[in-house]
Design a protein. Structure first.
Length: 239
């Protein structure tokens, strides 16, 4: 699944006749509603005055919400060289886009070598003919995937900081919740201890009361027994 911010298309054109000899769509063409105009736009850029004076440029197409970036390579292929094109959403960082242009340039040459495609082939290749070369397609795909949605390193760091901040906040909240739960548990324990202590005090009082009662009964029983013995002895004439 291609992410929304990734490039729409990568293409290579021959400068002598403005022929697009390679065109690799990244994901489904319909990701952009005006995809059918992309090749026409690239050919217009090939014929623009800036193509003669600027080796590299990023054009902002405001109404289509996209960048059209190109990079010339005059020392590779036929006379006049070739031009690398990348079309991306406006969310793609321009600094990352310039890096990707260089990466695509190297990837295309690597794919040519790995596929045993002679450099002279660039002079005679028909429109989209090099699309059939899997070595070129794989090399371009790897370059595009490397830069993903074109997020700048500073933005990546800020995003990571935001994630870390959110994670720390979650950990703090979880810790606070555990502390509150522990405090509730301690409060319940204290209450239980107090209740247990009050119960123990009451039990001791009851125990003491029962002991006193038993003592009184024992004393009364002793006195009663002594009285009975004295009465018996009196009746027997002992005194």
């Amino acid at each position: 699944m291609v992410a929304a911010g990734q490039p729409y298309v990568v293409a290579v054109a021959r400068r002598t006749d403005n022929e697009l000899i390679f065109c690799k769509w990244n994901g489904n063409k319909t990701r952009h509603p005006s995809y059918g105009e992309f090749e026409t736009i690239m050919k217009k850029v090939l014929g623009a005055p800036s193509m003669k004076s600027l080796a590299e440029k990023i054009l902002k197409v405001e109404d289509m919400k996209m960048y059209v970036a190109y990079r010339k390579d005059e020392n590779y292929g036929p006379d006049g060289g070739i031009v690398y094109f990348i079309i991306t959403p406006l969310s793609y960082n321009k600094g990352e886009l310039r890096k990707l242009l260089k990466e695509v340039q190297e990837a295309f040459k690597t794919g040519m070598q790995e596929g045993d495609v002679d450099e002279e082939k660039l002079s005679t290749a028909q429109e989209h003919e090099l699309n059939k070369r899997s070595s070129i397609k794989k090399a371009i795909e790897a370059a595009v995937e490397k830069y993903g949605e074109g997020v700048a390193m500073t933005d990546k760091i800020l995003q990571q900081l935001d994630k870390n901040k959110a994670l720390v906040s979650e950990n703090i909240a979880a810790s606070m919740a555990r502390i509150e739960q522990l405090e509730d548990t301690l409060e319940m324990t204290e209450q239980l201890v107090e209740s247990t202590s009050a119960f123990a005090d009451k039990a001791n009082k009851i125990k003491m009361a029962m002991a006193m009662k038993n003592l009184k009964m024992l004393i009364g029983l002793v006195i009663l027994c002594a009285g009975c013995i004295a009465l018996l002895l009196h009746q027997m004439g002992v005194f």
